[in-house]
Design a protein around this ligand. Structure first.
Ligand SMILES: Cc1ncc(COP(=O)(O)O)c(C=O)c1O
Length: 423
C-alpha cells in the first residue's frame, strides 16, 4: 500500500490555492532531495554510481540544479535539453545524450557540451564521425530484441525503433574503436513504469552478459553500463514502491558472479531514471469550477489535459485528494474532467470522492514526472506555472504560467507571409 499525503498541511495548501492562480504544479523540494539521497544510498556499493535524471520527465532548471546538488547528472534527448542541463550547471560527462533519429546539429551540440554520446543506431557511427568526430568516450543503446520481453508499458523490444541489435552490438564497438574511441559504455532502456524489482535485476544480468561478450570478442573493457530509466512509482494506493535496496543487493550478487568473475571489474553502474525521482513529489493543484449532473455526475476542474496528459493519453490513474475533505466518506461517484473539447479530457472516471462543490481545492498526485512536461496548447489552452515548495513552507515560482502573448509569439497576424520562399 502506498500513502497519498499532501506535501504540506491542509491549511497551507488552501492558502496557496487562494493566493496563487490555479491550476499550478507544486514540487516538494525536501522530499525530492531525500528521495535522491535514498536512491544513491541504495547503490552506495557502486564506486561512481550516478543517476542521470531524465530531463524529459521534469525539464525545469531549478529541479535539475537541485538534483545536481544531490550528485545527479542529466539524461538529455535533444539540444534544448542540453541547454537546460547546462543552465542547471550540469556539463561534460555529467550529461548522457540519448537521442534517436538524431539531427546532425544535435550530435554536434552534444559533443560541444562534452556529453557522453549514446548512439541509438549502428549507422550513426559514421554520421557522428563525419559531423562531429568520434569522441573519446562513446556509448551504445542496446535493444535485445527477441532475447527479452519488454515490460507491459514499453512494449516488445522487437517492435521498438530504438537501439542496436544483438548481432550489431560487437561490431559497433569495433568500429568506434577503429575510429578513435578509447572509452566505452553500454546502455539499454527496456522498461517503463516497472514496479517489479526482478525485471530491473534481469536488465543488469543482460547488460553484464553483454559486457562479458564485448570483452571476449573485442578485448574492450566497458567503463560503465547504463540501466536506463523506467523504474515505476505506485500511482495506485494498492501498489508498492520498488525496494531499491533489495534490487541493488541482487544486482551486486550478479556483479560479483559475472563481472568480477570475468576479471572486468570495476564496471560502473548508472541509471537515467526520471519518474521514480520526482514523480511522487509533484502535484497539480486545481479548483472545482462546476459540479453537474447529466447521465453521470461530473466535476469540472480549472485544470485540463494541457496540465496533466497521462490520464487522457494512457488512461493512467492519478490519485485525487480533496483538500480538507480527506476524512469525509467517499460516497459520491464522479467523472473528474478538464475543459478541453475532447471527451477523454478526464482526470478520473467513476471515481469515488466526497461530495464536491464549486471552489473545492483538488490535488492530483504523482504529477512530478512526465506531467507538466507533456503539456500542450491544443484548444489554445495555456500551460500553468510551476512552484517549488521549500521545507519551511515557502514557495518559489520556478516557471511562470503561459500568457496569450506566449501562445501567439509564433503567429503571424499580418496574414499571408511577406517573405517569399523560392522554389
Ligand atoms: C531513453 C530514456 N531514458 C530515460 C527515460 C526516463 O524514464 P522514467 O522517467 O520512466 O524513468 C526515458 C523515458 O521516456 C527514456 O526514453
Amino acid at each position: 500500500m502506498s500513502k497519498k499525503l499532501l506535501p504540506c498541511s491542509n491549511e497551507r495548501m488552501l492558502e496557496l490555492a487562494d493566493h496563487l492562480p490555479t491550476p499550478f504544479h507544486l514540487y516538494d523540494e525536501k522530499a525530492i532531495r531525500l528521495n535522491a539521497r535514498a536512491f544513491k544510498e541504495a547503490f552506495a556499493w557502486v564506486d561512481g554510481f550516478k543517476n542521470y535524471f531524465a530531463v524529459k520527465a521534469c525539464p525545469n532548471p531549478a529541479i535539475l540544479a537541485m538534483l545536481r546538488e544531490e550528485g545527479f547528472g542529466a539524461d538529455c534527448s535533444s539540444e534544448p535539453e542540453l541547454v537546460l542541463a547546462a543552465q542547471a550547471g550540469i556539463v561534460g560527462e555529467g550529461i548522457m545524450f540519448t537521442s534517436n533519429d538524431t539531427p546532425d546539429e544535435e550530435f554536434k551540440a552534444a559533443c560541444r557540451y562534452g556529453a557522453v554520446v549514446n548512439l541509438d543506431d549502428i549507422t550513426h557511427i559514421d554520421v557522428l564521425e563525419k559531423v562531429a568526430g568520434m569522441p573519446e568516450l562513446i556509448s551504445f543503446r542496446y535493444n535485445p530484441g527477441p532475447d527479452r520481453t519488454g515490460n507491459a508499458i514499453i512494449g516488445n523490444p522487437v517492435e521498438a525503433k530504438y537501439g542496436v541489435t544483438t548481432a550489431q552490438l560487437v561490431e559497433c564497438y569495433r568500429k568506434a574503436k577503429a575510429l578513435g574511441a578509447k572509452r566505452f559504455a553500454l546502455h539499454t532502456m527496456v522498461a517503463s513504469n516497472e514496479l517489479e524489482g526482478a525485471y530491473i535485476v534481469e536488465t543488469a544480468r543482460m547488460l553484464f552478459t553483454q559486457a562479458v561478450r564485448i570483452y571476449r570478442e573485442t578485448g574492450i573493457r566497458l567503463e560503465f553500463v547504463n540501466m536506463g530509466g523506467g523504474i515505476g512509482i505506485p500511482y495506485r494506493l494498492e501498489q508498492n514502491a520498488m525496494d531499491l535496496s533489495k534490487v541493488s543487493q541482487e544486482i551486486k550478487a550478479l556483479y560479483e558472479s559475472i563481472i568480477v568473475a570475468e576479471g572486468i571489474a570495476p564496471l560502473r553502474i548508472v541509471f537515467e531514471c526520471g519518474r521514480v525521482v520526482t514523480g511522487p513529489y509533484g502535484y497539480v493543484v486545481s479548483k472545482v469550477r462546476h459540479v453537474t449532473s447529466k447521465y453521470k455526475e461530473y466535476v469540472g476542474l480549472d485544470a485540463c489535459m494541457a496540465n496533466l496528459m497521462r490520464p487522457a493519453l494512457y488512461g493512467a490513474y492519478h490519485h485525487i485528494t480533496v483538500v480538507g475533505k480527506q476524512s469525509l466518506p467517499a460516497d459520491h461517484v464522479y467523472d473528474v474532467t478538464g475543459s478541453l473539447c475532447e471527451n477523454n479530457d478526464k482526470f478520473a472516471i467513476d471515481r469515488r470522492l466526497p461530495q464536491l462543490e464549486r471552489g473545492d481545492v483538488v490535488v492530483l498526485h504523482d504529477a512530478g514526472a512526465h506531467g507538466h512536461a507533456m503539456g500542450f496548447n491544443y484548444n489554445s489552452k495555456l500551460r500553468s506555472a510551476e512552484y517549488l515548495l521549500h521545507e519551511d513552507g515557502s514557495v518559489s515560482m520556478i516557471r511562470r504560467a503561459e500568457t496569450m502573448d506566449d501562445l501567439f509569439a509564433t503567429v503571424r497576424f499580418d496574414g499571408a507571409p511577406s517573405v517569399k520562399v523560392k522554389a
